[in-house]
Design a binder for this molecule. Structure first.
Ligand SMILES: [Zn+2]
Length: 264
């Protein structure tokens, strides 16, 4: 069990014990109760925001032990212009990647998704609406969004997707449970370039990713701006990232192979 989940369970049990003890003996001083509540909220929020802690979901963050090479993932597409450019660069380098697509964009640009698949890449779901407040939604709404995202992608690819990257990377017990019910593997990342923001510098993005790049890393990039309102830097930094990987003797691996190895 990931250490963060052990901490969460221990804190939950501790909190219940604290409450029972307080009811049975004397109420704790106000500062003590507030400090305990504050600590608990801080632990839960860390779990919601930091997917790699794996507090709530058994997310795939890195390749299996002994994995060779790195995996490239692209979020927030498909985009008729920018996804195309990323696909061309990947082809030039003979590299395959995984695209976590937004359901409503899939409905708008099904041909781009078909092209991603035709060129030999994998696709996974990234929510239908890419709801920034996904972690605050109830189970029905989370389920409806993910089921709709699955349907959108299945309609275009004729295959049911099995990979899922939560919108903005947030997870909680509800998202983890619904993903499991829908047989989706939650996928995180171990190397991010913070390229999703408008005005991100392509060289800095490449440097952030390549600095400690090593076997087993899952790289997070964006082939589209979340709201389509700026030019993503991924296409500009990708050649540099691929060249650095080659220099480090890191081949580009397939996410599906790693997930299969981790789940077997
Ligand atoms: Zn996203």
């Amino acid at each position: 069990m990931p250490p963060a989940r052990v901490l969460f369970l221990a804190a939950t049990l501790g909190g219940i014990g604290f409450a029972v003890f307080s009811v049975m003996t004397a109420p704790p001083p106000l500062w003590g109760a507030l400090a305990a509540a504050g600590l608990y909220v801080a632990i839960v929020l860390a779990g919601v925001f930091v997917l790699r802690l794996r507090m709530f979901a058994d997310a795939v963050i890195r390749g299996p032990a002994g994995a060779r090479g790195v995996v490239l993932t692209f979020d927030d597409g498909p985009d008729p212009v920018h996804t195309q450019r990323v696909l061309d660069i990947l082809d030039e380098h003979g590299a395959k990647a995984t695209f976590f697509v937004i359901g409503k964009k899939v409905d708008k640009h099904p041909d781009v998704v078909k092209e991603i698949v035709a060129r030999g890449h994998e696709v996974g779901v990234h929510g239908w609406a890419h709801d920034r407040l996904f972690a605050l939604r109830g189970p029905r709404r989370v389920r409806r969004d993910l089921a709709r995202a699955i349907r959108s992608l299945e309609r275009v690819t004729k295959r049911r997707p099995t990979l899922f990257r939560p919108p903005v990377g947030h997870t909680n017990p509800t998202i983890a449970r619904v993903a499991e019910q829908l047989e989706l593997t939650v996928v995180g990342w171990s190397a991010a370039g913070y390229d999703g923001l408008g005005g991100a510098d392509a060289r800095k993005v490449a440097a952030r990713i390549t600095r400690g790049l090593d076997d087993g890393d899952i790289v997070l990039l964006h082939d589209a701006a979340e709201r389509g309102d700026h030019e993503p830097t991924a296409a500009k930094s990708l050649p540099e990232i691929l060249a650095a990987a080659k220099d480090k003797n890191l081949r580009v691996a397939r996410l599906g192979d790693w997930v299969t190895a981790l789940e077997s």
